[in-house]
Every structure is written in structure tokens, then in C-alpha cells.
Design a protein around this ligand. Structure first.
Ligand code: A2P
Length: 276
């Protein structure tokens, strides 16, 4: 199944289908060099968040890359401590200052957070679109009930729901719901944080195709229609993670990978744990 290097979001914006994740890229030089090297290698999509603490490093790397701002798709996420209209407005301004950018391509609610403040916080994201501070807005770590509640007050449908997705954690119900609503799925931890790259079933399938286990998992994500965000601070690994457009997995390979579901959560699980 062929996959595209870009997708069009429900906002009309184009998004590169493989992005660089910088969660747990250390603040300072590590993130700066990771983003510089990724952009040199051809990445055009970087995914950060306020809580990662590395927005300034991402911004500096984009600025120093020699690329036009419009050539790089940059996402950040509003942390749950910033919920509420006044705080959210300030936090968005602060993110843009740290990034050194007039706008982000995508601004997300990082998790469902406080249900009493969620609707007004989402309204501030909608306001950010009108002000030109965000080209697209979306959510992260939202389950179906969170999405349904949000849509009672929202005037803009989230462009994306960014959730943990890998063959080991497929969230089929959330995926189907989002796809039926025109909400794109971004896959964080598509490599299950490297915890499954030695799994014999993954190793065997990758060997059969002559690719690496990481490429196998990223390609699975792409063939599902997701937007994977593999994190790597290492240029060689970054390069192989982006080199996923020159081969295809067969339907049988995808079905084999689908069998690896085990509900693996490598970090937190707001889909399950955040109140509706
Ligand atoms: P590093 O940053 O040193 O490359 P995920 O994207 O699922 O959260 O996984 C991130 C983890 O996987 C990091 O520990 C990262 O380490 C590692 N990683 C990223 N790409 C590869 C790769 N191609 N091969 C092996 N490990 C990788």
C-alpha cells in the first residue's frame, strides 16, 4: 500500500507524515542538535510541547537551519497546568516567544485535563487560530468520551488526536472514532520507546523485508494512515526512521503486526485516567 509524504488535515493544512518527536530529548544542545540534524536529513515536521522544556531549542534549530519558517511544520502542546482562558492565552504567547515564531502549525491540548476548564481552554485555541497564532489546533491523549464532550462546545473540530500508537497498543476504538470524524491520528512512541525493537516477531518480519525493526514499526504506522512521530537524537537513527517511503509492507505483514496488540502503555494513559 503506497503512502504519501504529506496529508491534508481537516483545517486544510498540509502535514508531513513523519515527524521528529523531541519528548525526552534533553533541554539545550541535545534537542538543538537533534532538530538541526533532522532538518538536514529532510525532516520537515517537529513535535514539541511546553512540558518538554525544549521549545526554545527547537525554535533556535529551525531558525538556524536556513529553511523558511513556512517549510517546517512545528507543533507544540498546551500543558494542563495552563488550562483556563487567561492562563492559556499567556501560555500560548509564552510558547511562541520561546519558539521565536509568530505562529505554530499545530497547537494541541496535551491531555484532557480538568473537565471544568477544558471547554474554555479549547475556545482559547480557537481564538489562537483567529489571531494567526496557530494554523491548526487539535488534542492529544483524548479518548472517545473526551472528544464527544469537547464537541458539545467546540466550533472547530480538532485536526488531530495525538495518542500513543504502535502494534503493541492500537487503540482501535479511538482510531475508528477519530477517522469517522475526520480527525487525523498522530502516533507518539511509534517505536514503543525502543522497548520492542528486539521482539523476535518484529525482528523476523523486518529481516524478511530487509529493513530495520524501527522502519517496520514506522511503516506500519504510515500504512494505517497515522502520522508517526519517532523520537531520536541520533542522526543515523533519524535517517533510517525517515527512510520509509521506498518499500511497502504487504497486507499479510500488517496483519501479522496487528496480532502484537497487548495494550502496552509506555508512559502515561490519560485516555483511560483523565476524567471525562
Ligand atoms: P535515541 O534518541 O537515542 O535514538 P519512541 O519514538 O517510540 O518514543 O522511541 C524513542 C526511543 O527509541 C529512544 O530511546 C530512541 O533513542 C530510540 N530510537 C529511535 N529510533 C531508533 C532506531 N531507528 N533504532 C533503535 N532505537 C531507536
Amino acid at each position: 500500500m503506497p503512502v504519501s509524504r504529506t496529508l491534508i488535515l481537516n483545517s486544510g493544512a498540509s502535514i508531513p507524515t513523519v515527524g521528529l518527536g523531541v519528548f525526552q530529548s534533553q533541554v539545550g544542545d541535545e534537542t538543538y542538535h537533534a532538530v538541526r540534524s533532522a532538518l538536514k536529513l529532510g525532516y520537515r515536521h517537529v513535535d514539541t510541547a511546553q512540558i518538554y522544556g525544549n521549545e526554545a531549542d527547537v525554535g533556535r534549530a529551525v531558525a538556524d537551519s536556513g529553511l523558511q519558517r513556512s517549510e517546517v511544520f512545528v507543533t507544540t502542546k498546551l500543558w494542563r497546568a495552563e488550562w483556563g482562558a487567561a492562563r492559556a492565552r499567556e501560555a500560548i504567547d509564552s510558547s511562541l516567544r520561546k519558539l521565536g515564531m509568530a505562529y505554530v502549525d499545530l497547537l494541541l491540548l496535551h491531555c484532557p485535563g480538568d473537565p471544568d476548564l477544558r471547554a474554555e481552554t479549547w475556545a482559547v485555541l480557537e481564538e489562537a487560530v483567529k489571531k494567526g497564532q496557530a494554523k491548526s489546533i487539535g488534542v492529544s491523549n483524548f479518548g472517545i468520551p473526551h472528544l464527544e464532550r469537547l464537541m458539545k462546545s467546540a466550533t472547530i473540530t480538532p485536526a488531530v488526536n495525538q495518542i500513543e500508537l504502535s502494534p503493541f497498543n492500537q487503540r482501535v476504538d479511538v482510531v475508528q472514532h477519530c477517522q469517522s470524524q475526520g480527525i487525523a491520528l498522530q502516533a507518539y512512541s511509534p517505536l514503543a520507546k525502543a522497548s520492542k525493537l528486539g521482539d523476535p516477531r518484529v525482528v523476523a518480519l523486518a529481516a524478511k523485508r530487509g529493513i530495520t525493526p524501527a522502519q517496520l514499526l514506522i511503516r506500519w504506522s504510515l500504512q494505517k494512515g497515522f502520522i508517526p512521530l519517532p523520537k531520536s537524537v541520533n542522526p543515523e537513527r533519524q535517517a533510517t526512521n525517515l527512510d520509509v517511503f521506498g518499500f511497502e509492507l504487504s497486507l499479510e505483514d500488517v496483519v501479522e503486526l496487528d496480532k502484537l496488540e497487548e495494550g502496552l502503555v509506555t508512559g502515561w494513559d490519560p485516555i483511560l485516567n483523565d476524567p471525562v
